[in-house]
Design a protein around this ligand. Structure first.
Ligand code: K7E
Ligand code: CUA
Length: 662
């Protein structure tokens, strides 16, 4: 044991030299086999086999690629405003980005979780975390739009999130930074970390039908840093496994101070037990403040509510709910295999990959094989819960995914490689270099009970010389490998948007069959909709001017508007009357301190504009919609404050006396 620690220390010293940069794999030639091109070639007009949902990191968005082609299909705005789509700019979408801190137009999105039924991807929703201002978003895969965002209270840095249980009962979030709880006096010296700072993990329930999220309960935890997690599956369904670091509970220079101990923990949470405690009334209601934003597809608008209470279960007080498994050196990834028996922990500074056994863990709990306590929580004996260690796997293991044949694939940031090993025998069977410094990796279905296999995709932090240079910032990138044979084979590089962290891939047919083509105009309940040209109109309400405008190939109704005065706020409510797939219209007005609107068929969206000078302002359609798209334009006249120009409007006529109101 001691020599193990010694090796570890020597090893981590070696690692820390290359830690910041990662090292270039040996032989950086990209040996691509002859048939690689054929394997990724998706002929024009043909579809990809998988959708790949890729986190955008500090772009705050999620992007969607086709696999195997690597073609970018869409960027879904989630936590950051997106002028391309008007997300966060239109009146209808602004409140999606509301938080208890006010409007927060950006976040850092790391992890993706596709919804599951019976531990198999079901293609209904994809969840994502906002790291900075703790939030979880749900994207509806019928529309590829963000449908809901819930803020997480008692949390600082929502990194360990969102991780989904096998029937999407919960998406789970652990706080990266421990902090004083929201309802306590937060004005404390930072060096009182050990007494005042706490961690939480949050269980956010997902409604089976609507997908609506709700914070069911939180568990109060010791003040460590939660990093990643996976739900148990199959036999371990009902458990959740979190990696954590900084068990030293340092509050400064974590680089050194949080790497003192030779072991941190994998924290096992029995959430079925937590549910029992919750039912038995063992939770404490705490007053907090968090935003819960939902997008209504009929009203085409978001509403934001501030919630004021959560129920907290205390891990110190409630027995048999939380256990700790010692884990070498700052674990990062924490992954469960398809059977649910094995829990793979990747210590960033460790020389081996420990694989824990769920069965042994239950035995150790039953036999009280504890080596002590950590903050009132039983710590299980390492040897009692360990299934075995993958020896000499590589440098800096981060994350592990699984295929359908009993193999695991672990990413190694420092040695820039993917290592394939046998889950049962723990033998390394293959390794391939990645270019360069891989973070997460993804096998289609890799985190579920039923991996689809076929490919592993590397998401790399550094690209160096792989693409044409683009100034100081180079593209981040993904690399696609075939895992069909015994040996992994590099097939393709493709650039990604933002910094990719986690991603999930899912067979295309699970999603494309449900893809929505239009919003039905007769179902449009936006209070500002004009459901036909005859309802188009302009109304003054004090200093607000409401323009109820329709768009259809290739004109706006109305397209000439007068009677707006300085000091007014103009609301352009645009209803797209089209009922054809792929027929959005855009809307932009000169000088607006805003973005465009991009309005889908049957939808209504609103742009607010405060004119800042007198004159004639053109507006036009931004999305090339027909041969006469360029003719799809109009003018709005702004007169001085106090002018007596009356409100008037029209398209091709000036008689606006008979206008229906909806
Ligand atoms: Cu490893 Cu934030 Cu999942 Cu990035 S994290 S790599
Ligand atoms: Cu409508 Cu271009």
């Amino acid at each position: 044991m001691r020599s193990f620690i010694k090796t570890l220390l020597l090893f981590s010293a070696a690692i820390s030299i290359v830690w910041l940069q990662g090292c270039k794999p040996k032989g950086t030639q990209s040996a691509v086999s002859g048939d690689a091109a054929a394997k990724v070639y998706v002929a024009p007009g043909k579809y990809d086999e998988f959708y790949n949902f890729v986190s955008g990191g500090f772009s705050g968005q999620m992007s969607v690629y086709g696999i195997p082609s690597g073609r970018l299909l869409r960027v879904i705005p989630v936590f950051s405003v997106d002028p391309e789509k008007g997300y966060g700019y239109s009146e209808e979408t602004k409140s999606m980005l509301n938080t208890s801190h006010g409007f927060v137009p950006w976040d850092d999105l790391h992890h993706i979780a596709l919804s599951e039924t019976d531990g198999i991807q079901d293609g209904r929703w994809v969840f994502a975390n906002g790291n900075n201002t703790p939030r979880i978003a749900r994207v509806d895969l019928k529309t590829f739009r963000t449908a809901e965002i819930i803020e997480i209270p008692n949390s600082g840095g929502n990194h360990s999130s969102p991780f989904i249980t096998e029937n999407s009962e919960y998406v789970i979030a652990g706080t990266r930074f421990s902090i004083p709880m929201d309802n306590s006096n937060g004005d404390v010296p930072i060096n009182t970390y050990k007494s005042n700072f706490k961690g939480t993990v949050s269980f956010v329930s997902v409604d089976k039908t609507s997908g609506n999220m709700k914070i069911a309960f939180q568990i109060l935890m010791p003040g460590v840093n939660f990093d990643l997690a996976r739900a148990g599956k199959g036999k371990s369904h009902g458990w959740m496994f979190f990696s954590c670091y900084n068990s030293e509970r340092a509050n400064t220079l974590l680089e050194q101070n949080a790497s003192q101990k030779d072991k941190d923990f994998i924290i096992a949470v029995n959430w079925k037990k937590a549910e029992e405690y919750l039912k038995a009334g063992k939770g404490k209601k705490e007053s907090v403040k968090y935003a819960h934003n939902t997008y209504d597809e009929k009203k085409h608008s978001a509403t934001s509510a501030i919630e004021t209470e959560v129920t907290v279960l205390d891990s110190k007080e409630l027995a048999d709910m939380v256990y700790m498994m010692p884990c070498p050196k700052s674990p990062h990834g924490c992954d469960t295999d398809p059977s649910g028996e094995y829990i793979v922990a990747s210590g960033k500074l460790a020389a081996t990959i420990p694989v824990f056994s769920f069965t042994k863990m239950l035995d150790a709990i039953a036999n009280k094989t504890f080596e002590g306590e950590y903050e009132g929580i039983p710590v299980l004996k390492y040897d009692a819960v360990l299934y075995g260690e993958v020896k000499k796997p590589g440098l800096g293991p981060l994350h592990t995914e699984f295929d359908d044949k009993g193999f695991a694939y672990t990413s190694f940031f420092v040695s820039s490689e993917i290592v394939k090993w046998n889950v049962k025998t723990l033998e390394v069977v293959d390794r391939v270099p990645t270019y360069y410094s891989i973070g997460h990796l993804s096998v289609p279905g890799g985190p579920t009970r039923k991996p689809w296999g076929k490919y592993v995709i590397a998401y790399n932090k550094i690209t160096k010389d792989r693409y044409l240079p683009t100034g100081p910032e180079l593209s981040q990138s993904a690399q696609l490998y075939s895992i069909e044979g015994d040996k992994m084979k590099l097939l393709l590089d493709f650039p990604t948007i933002g910094e990719p962290h986690y991603a999930e891939a899912i067979p295309a047919e699970l999603i494309m069959k449900n893809s929505q083509k239009i919003y039905k105009i007769e179902e449009n309940q936006n209070p500002f909709a004009a459901l036909g040209d005859k309802y188009a109109r302009v109304e003054r309400k004090g200093n607000e001017v409401h323009v109820y405008m329709t768009s259809i190939r290739s004109h706006f109704t109305p397209d000439n508007i007068e009677g707006v005065k300085m000091g007014d706020i103009v609301y352009f409510h645009i209803t797209n009357l089209e009922q054809d797939w792929d027929m959005p219209h855009g809307f932009a007005v000169k000088g607006a301190n805003n973005a465009e609107l991009l309005v889908m068929p049957g939808e209504t969206q609103t742009l607010a504009w405060k004119p800042e000078r007198v004159g004639i302002f053109p507006f036009y359609c931004t999305d090339f919609c027909s041969a006469l798209h360029q003719e799809m334009q109009g003018y709005i006249r702004v007169s001085p404050a106090g002018s007596n120009v009356p409100i008037s409007f029209g398209t091709g006529k000036t008689d606006t006396t008979s206008v229906a109101t909806k």
